[in-house]
Design a protein around this ligand. Structure first.
Ligand code: FUC
Length: 824
């Protein structure tokens, strides 16, 4: 299929969509544009509904003509509570016996003791007891009179350029429309119901929840729903309020809100809970009623046009920072479900990939605003039911981190903040965990966390006792600094990194050659068979734990050096880092996953976790430019694992192939990730893909695959993870461009060192690049393979190029100048 250039992608002006039909009050029905995800039928199930969110308050829109269901979420609606007895206080006493068994090669026996002594004491089961689960807030149901005549021209959409969803249809000569968005400025979900005929708008609105809530009228045209997460005393309390305001007609409230014969109606919904992210307060905050009431009073007094324009200014302030043009094909004109099905069947649709890319950015902006009370969870903020898959928590052996991989690179650094705050909040509970399991200072988190500061190991094996979750999430603290260079921020988070490093020192023990390894150690959720036939999952020194700790020690020493603090501790970490057993290559040429060469005896050769590739991505210890043999071994490991997997597993592999500079293989995985999936049954091995609403399918729905793919596509275009000097970075332009994306343009990506950049390419070759440093930055630049940098200049003149022996060019870029690169 022929690919034609598309010029309109970048910054489509607000309201540019064609106004073909107008409602009685002037609301215009928009036509689908390049940023519209749209369908010609209502959602038949939750995975077809469309998501809106303001970071905290979200809805899934089903779009029925007579019955509209808005399934509601508020990010702090969680069952469970702080578990004070999660840690086994004397678990550390088992360490010597376990280490001895491991040293003797009795891995299965060592695993038995870990299972008996080093899991949590209490809690930890998703959806049950104190661990709890993220939950639905409830539903806003709208019921309309039967349409006068047959329905034609039905369309349901989500415009991610505006973060506004809508539904339109015609019946009996009338045109109907609903527009729905969640405003961060007004802290409210806003719905406008309009019709081309005056006085035609009538409906009944209700608030409901499967359990544990009651609704009552509150003054004219307002309902309030209050409840608790599981109906038990001490539970989290929530409240939602909804109000209808009509132009013309009447509004009354009883068990629901009745709007009759209006020209147009606005519905406002506000919500909150008594949750606060504060361990010292046992996560119990204030009664939500005053804030929910205040938000409703404020929003419902404002005009729709004012709310909408504030919403657009706010949302587009994030969204418009990046544009991506990979070309477009005829399929771009089709409804999104058809496009996805055709793409799954092998048809080309480059614009679907860029839409999916921008949808990932939309999802992060919509589930993780800077002031969010909690970070984006494993379903972002969108989930129906009282007990969601895996508690819908923050699984820290990959999933939590993957949600935030693209935050900095895709120019949404502020959206990273909820995660960074949550990490700081793990120190207090994590100190108990470090003390209990390692008798050490500092803090640790095992394989997962939840709204209640869970840091203990899980209640089962092999997943529960992975103890490096805390060390892993600390990578994000340093990354936020390396992209933004804010010393005040680094000063605040440095003690968090240091605390995690202190606990890691206690996790390490010397191996038979005096090299440091973790013991006991696991490779997340995978197990092996030893050469003498033991089926086990505990050993010493899994690759992932050594790599995570290397990364943490590396970042913590750089942070201490940047801040000029802690010389003694820094030295201790540097010495320890140099003694950590480095990544190893096994007999099949692969990167070894465990402490011994057992990869070919793995219980599951195609296991979805590729933990031992941490050093390739998201780490930086392995890279084709610096450690080509290890990079080849990583490639071999990827081949042994295969491309099958869950949605997030495929997404991780996109990042890995991008880091291996293999754009073709990365693109193969993007194609597989964009396979239309219908099933919601949990599949751990080979069901990964994308639902018709473009949510990632594990299956079931898990948002990390959306964010992981966003990160992976960004890594294909720019990489900046390699340091060539203390805290100075190498900018690698177009490191993994697939042949199919011959012509394209990306604008507004961010690189470490504080640089924003644009690149345009034709025929697979870079034609121009622009760098906008946000600090004075010295960096090195590597041109795409086969190309050279001829010059870099700004309006003030050219910068001197210092070619280095590795083919890179060192340049000094001053802030407040825009630098243009010329390629040969
Ligand atoms: C980890 C993964 C599963 C799933 C769960 C939420 O345990 O192994 O595949 O993603 O987290």
């Amino acid at each position: 299929m022929k690919t034609t250039r598309r010029r309109f992608l970048e910054a489509v002006p607000t309201g540019a969509a064609l106004a073909v039909l107008r409602s009685a009050s002037g609301a215009a029905v928009p036509e689908p544009g390049p940023f519209t995800i749209w369908y010609q039928q209502p959602a038949a199930k939750w995975e077809e509904a469309l998501a809106v969110g303001n970071g905290r308050l979200g809805a899934m829109i089903f779009g029925g003509v007579e019955k509209e269901r808005l399934q509601l979420n508020e990010i702090t609606v969680w069952s469970g509570s702080l578990e004070q007895n999660a840690d086994k206080p004397e678990a550390y006493k088992s360490l010597p016996a376990i280490r001895k068994l491991i040293d003797e090669g009795k891995y299965a026996d060592a695993g038995k003791i870990v299972g008996a002594e080093r899991l949590c004491l209490k809690g930890g089961r998703y959806g049950r007891d104190s661990y709890g689960s993220y939950q639905t807030l409830g539903d806003l149901n709208l019921e309309f009179p039967a349409p006068a005549g047959s329905v034609t021209g039905y369309r349901r959409w989500l415009d991610i350029n505006e973060a506004i969803a809508g539904v339109t249809w015609q019946a009996g000569g009338d045109t109907w429309m609903r527009e729905i968005f969640s405003s961060a400025v007004d802290r409210a979900l806003v719905v406008r119901v309009s019709c081309s005929r005056k006085g035609a708008v009538s409906f009944h609105a209700r608030l409901s929840r499967v359990k544990f809530a009651e609704t009552r009228p509150l003054g004219s045209g307002t309902l309030v729903m209050t409840g608790t997460s599981t109906g038990q005393p001490g539970d989290l309390r929530f409240e939602a309020q909804v109000r209808a305001v009509a132009k013309g007609g009447t509004v009354t409230a009883g068990d629901g809100i009745e709007v009759k014969d209006a020209d147009e109606a606005l519905i406002f919904l506000t919500a909150g809970t008594d949750y606060v992210l504060d361990y010292a307060k046992s996560y119990k905050g204030e009664d939500p009623h005053p804030a929910v009431t205040r938000d409703l009073e404020k929003a419902s007094k404002r005009a729709f046009a004012a709310i909408k324009s504030d919403h657009l200014r706010d949302y587009q302030g994030y969204f418009h920072r990046v544009s991506l043009d990979l070309g477009t094909t005829a399929n771009a004109a089709l409804p999104t479900d058809e496009r996805l099905r055709k793409f799954s069947a092998g048809e080309d649709d480059a614009a679907l990939v860029s839409l999916f890319y921008q949808f990932g950015r939309y999802l992060l902006i919509s589930s993780s605003r800077p002031d969010n009370p909690l970070p984006s969870n494993s379903q972002g903020i969108w989930g129906d039911g009282l007990s969601l898959p895996w508690g819908c928590d923050y699984k820290s052996n990959i999933n939590f981190q993957m949600n935030y991989w693209p935050a900095e690179t895709a120019n949404l650094g502020e959206c990273h903040k909820p995660m960074l705050r949550a990490i700081e909040g793990l120190v207090a509970p994590g100190e108990k965990t470090a003390k209990a399991y390692f008798d050490s200072p500092g803090w640790a988190m095992a394989y997962t966390t939840n709204a209640w500061g869970w840091t203990a190991p899980g209640p089962g094996t092999p997943w529960g006792p992975f103890m490096c979750g805390g060390a892993w999430v600390c990578q994000h603290l340093w990354e936020h600094y390396s992209f933004n260079r804010d010393r005040a921020y680094l000063t605040r988070v440095y003690p968090v990194m240091k605390g995690a490093a202190e606990a890691c020192l206690a996790m390490l023990a010397p191996d038979e050659n005096g090299k440091l390894v973790t013991s006991p150690s696991t490779s997340p959720e995978n197990s092996f068979r030893t050469d003498d036939g033991q089926a086990a999952w505990t050993c010493a020194g899994t690759a992932v734990e050594r790599q995570i700790i290397w990364e943490l020690f590396n970042n913590t020493t750089m942070a201490a050096r940047t801040l000029g603090v802690d010389a003694g501790f820094r030295e201790k970490l540097e010495t320890a880092k140099a003694s950590i057993r480095p990544p190893e290559i096994g007999h099949a040429g692969q990167l070894m996953e465990w402490g011994k060469d057992w990869d070919l005896n793995a219980r599951e050769m195609g296991h979805r976790h590729i933990s031992h590739l941490f050093a390739l991505h998201p780490g930086r210890q392995i890279d084709p430019l610096r450690t080509p043999e290890l990079a080849d071994a990583a490639k071999k490991s990827l081949a042994l694992r295969g491309d099958e997997g869950t949605g997030w597993s495929k997404a991780w592999k996109i990042n890995c192939w991008a880091r291996l500079h293999d754009g073709e293989h990365a693109y193969k995985l993007i194609r597989e990730q964009l396979t239309a999936v219908d099933s919601t049954r949990t599949n751990y091995s080979n069901g990964g893909g994308t639902y018709l609403n473009l949510f990632d399918a594990h299956p079931p729905f898990q948002i990390d695959g959306n964010f992981g793919a966003l990160s992976g596509i960004t890594e294909m275009l720019v990489q900046s993870h390699l340091l060539y000097d203390d805290d100075r970075y190498l900018l690698h332009l177009l490191p993994a461009l697939p042949p199919l994306w011959a012509d394209g343009e990306v604008k507004g990506l961010r690189a470490r060192g504080g640089v924003e950049l644009d690149i345009a390419w034709r025929g697979g070759k870079a034609v121009s690049a622009t760098l906008r440093p946000s600090v004075d930055a010295t960096c090195r630049i590597l041109a795409p393979k086969g190309q050279k940098i001829e010059g870099i200049r700004s309006a003030k003149g050219a910068t001197v190029l210092h070619p280095a022996s590795d083919g890179t060019i060192e340049v000094k870029l001053s802030i407040a100048s825009i630098w243009q690169i010329r390629f040969a």
